[in-house]
Ligand binder design. Structure first.
Ligand code: B12
Ligand code: SF4
Ligand code: SF4
Length: 284
């Protein structure tokens, strides 16, 4: 059984690596430059009780892996224990991080391109992985690509989606949250995540932390706060991340800026993700 699981993980990681090595992983800046560095992987069990805890904390609208599965395969009966969640990290490249570190008000062009073309690639990767698994007899789905994926108002946390890729990554052992709200991973915070739910028996990746903010210097040692100084609109304070302020800046200032200057779209900013100790590693 353990050999089968290792083989299946190897196969899954090869699918992701091969897709990342293809020309689809592109900043689309005319130089064949990839949007993302080498991917990282982790796995969670579909019956991990933390998924129920998240639903409890965030709101009734939040999906567990089994609920997301049933939206894609409504005629099946499914036990949460027969599901696994595949999580991956797409790290920003060094060139993108270096450019972004110079900026103080608007995202660098490479960052804007990774937010736009790189996330288009991420959407294609989620679907590609789910399709390959399903074709091989392991029904799978990407919750972020389901028609019902949406934002709601959480009583406790304000604007909240019904599937959170960084909370999923936290359950899978990939990292813990920082003062800015970003998830700090072993390859840092300047990353994007993806996740796919699959009917397959895969062992969970061990979590090497207890608290959900263990890897942030602010919470662990009472020091740092570098991300606060990086935010041009003071949306990060010692009380954490002011989501409406951040949302407002991104929607009304940076989004039109990148459209006019770089011809890209989507909602980029991420100044708080670089020029900080947790940019490309866990600082602890
Ligand atoms: C909506 C959204 C936004 C909105 C609102 C953000 C928000 N919710 O904070 C806006 C437009 C402002 C935004 C901005 C950005 N976003 Co955004 N966004 C999302 C999206 C689509 C949903 C997030 C969400 O609502 N999650 C659910 C809610 C409940 O999560 P939350 O509020 O963040 O959770 C906090 C609290 O609940 C807290 N918490 C409190 N108590 C407890 C207790 C426990 C036990 C736990 C575990 C947690 C917890 O934990 C969290 C952090 O503090 C996700 C994609 C996805 N589907 O996950 C991307 C995502 C979060 N965004 C991402 C990125 C990269 C960005 C930007 C950098 C933009 C850019 N690319 O240039 C900025 C960064 C802002 C910041 N400081 O984090 C990445 C995160 C990368 C990372 N390292 O964390 C994600 C995961 C996209 C992806 N697929 O990778 N985003
Ligand atoms: S920059 Fe410092 S305070 Fe901000 S999230 Fe990273 S470690 Fe925490
Ligand atoms: S993403 Fe939001 S919190 Fe981060 S620097 Fe930009 S406005 Fe500030």
């Amino acid at each position: 059984m353990a050999v089968d699981q290792a083989q299946n993980k190897n196969w899954i990681e090869t699918i992701i690596r091969d897709f990342c090595a293809s020309s689809a992983n592109s900043l689309e800046n005319g130089t064949c430059e990839p949007a993302w560095d080498a991917p990282q992987f982790a796995y969670a069990r579909g019956d991990d009780l933390l998924f129920d805890q998240l639903k409890n904390d965030i709101g009734e609208f939040y999906w567990t892996p089994a609920e997301a599965y049933l939206l894609a395969y409504p005629d099946e009966e499914i036990a949460p224990s027969s599901l696994a969640v595949i999580c991956y990290i797409l790290p920003q490249t060094k060139a993108t991080r270096v450019d972004q570190a110079i900026e103080t008000e608007f995202p660098a062009e490479r960052w804007a391109r990774s937010r736009f073309h790189g996330e288009e690639f991420n959407c294609a990767l989620r679907l590609h992985l789910a399709e390959r698994l399903t074709q091989a007899g392991y029904p799978a789905l990407a919750p972020e690509r389901l028609p019902g994926f949406d934002y709601r108002q959480s009583e406790r946390f304000g604007i909240a989606s019904n599937w959170s890729e960084r909370h999923t990554a936290w359950v899978a052992g990939l990292g813990t949250f920082g003062l800015s709200d970003g998830l700090i991973t072993r390859v840092g915070k300047a990353v994007r995540f993806g996740s796919v739910v699959v009917k397959m028996n895969l062992a969970a990746t061990p979590r090497s932390y207890e608290g959900h903010q263990d890897w942030c210097l602010w919470y662990a040692k009472g020091s740092c706060g570098a991300c606060m100084k990086r935010c041009p609109v003071d949306a990060i304070t010692d009380e954490g991340h002011d989501k409406p302020k951040c949302f407002d800046y991104i929607r009304n200032v940076t989004t039109p800026y990148v459209r006019d200057h770089y011809g890209t779209g989507a909602t980029p900013c991420g100044l708080c993700q670089v020029k900080i100790p947790c940019e490309s590693r866990s600082p602890l």
